[in-house]
Ligand binder design. Structure first.
Ligand code: SAH
Length: 253
């Protein structure tokens, strides 16, 4: 009888050990989260919160009402497009340096220019001034294809790698002088220029579809954001607001 009791106790002990071991192996929650992973998870959450705040305080409070533009601005992770040392500042209401004396525009200006383009999902868009690739990513969320030209090779290469890592398949980058446009893929439904020439480049007007639109800053020290529309081959221009962009360089300068 005593022998039976001891055996019974041993069986219970064994069942307890097996259950405990299998539970701790199967339950992933019990595995320690590596500190790097935890840091990344916190950052993801922190940056999402910052984007929500950016939408509320910088975009909706002003005149950004287009729901598609707002959701693209919420989706695209701007902090990935700025140099590491500016990551924490990525969502402030200011432009930021991206190297080579160039800047990524203030979030509001990116949203405003995108809203002014009135993109449709089948649109083919040309961008002059790839820079960090951020504006191109926003455009790629809302249009079919984005062709973008950057004059500084190092910036073009960096943006190309980042956009590939982020799995964008509808953005095509070329190193060159955007003043001349990109004839090979013309005509474009929409054109956006993110550096400021002192006049609207004729090649861009020529490469725009009839019914299409260009959003472009124009001027040297005093610049105006201009919307250019081509209707029945006529050109209509509308000034929007004063802006401050880096100047458009020319390759022979
Ligand atoms: N759209 C960018 C902003 C870039 S700032 C972004 O989202 O980050 C403007 C960019 O225009 C700079 O990178 C500058 O090198 C580029 N640029 C200046 N003149 C140019 C030209 N003629 N052709 C193409 N890019 C030009």
């Amino acid at each position: 009888m005593l022998k039976f009791k001891i055996m019974n106790k041993k069986i219970y002990q064994l069942i307890f050990i097996i259950t405990f071991v299998s539970l701790s192996c199967n339950n992933k929650k019990n595995l320690p989260i590596k500190s790097q992973e935890r840091k990344e998870m916190n950052n993801i959450d922190e940056y999402y919160q910052k984007r929500l705040k950016m939408l509320e305080e910088q975009l909706k409070q002003r005149d950004i009402t287009d729901k598609k533009v707002l959701s693209a601005m919420l989706k695209v992770e701007r902090h990935k497009f700025v140099p590491k040392e500016y990551e924490k500042l990525a969502y402030i209401d200011e432009p930021l340096p991206i190297g080579f004396g160039q800047t990524i525009s203030q979030p509001y200006i990116v949203a405003l220019m995108t809203q002014l383009l009135e993109l449709k999902e089948n649109d083919k868009v040309l961008e002059i001034g790839t820079g960090s690739g951020y504006q191109a990513a926003i455009l790629a969320e809302l249009a079919k294809e984005v062709y973008t030209i950057e004059i500084i090779p190092q910036l073009a290469q960096k943006a190309e790698k980042l956009l590939k890592d982020l799995s964008y398949k509808n953005i095509f980058i070329k190193i060159g002088d955007g003043y001349l446009g990109w004839q090979e893929h013309a005509p474009y439904d929409k054109i956006i220029v993110t550096c400021s020439p002192d006049h609207i480049p004729q090649p861009l007007i020529d490469q725009l579809k009839d019914g299409g639109k260009i959003v472009i800053p124009v001027g040297d020290i005093y610049q105006e954001l201009v919307v250019v529309e081509k209707k029945d081959k006529k050109i209509i221009k509308r000034n929007i607001i004063p802006v401050r962009f880096v100047p458009m360089k020319r390759l022979n300068e």
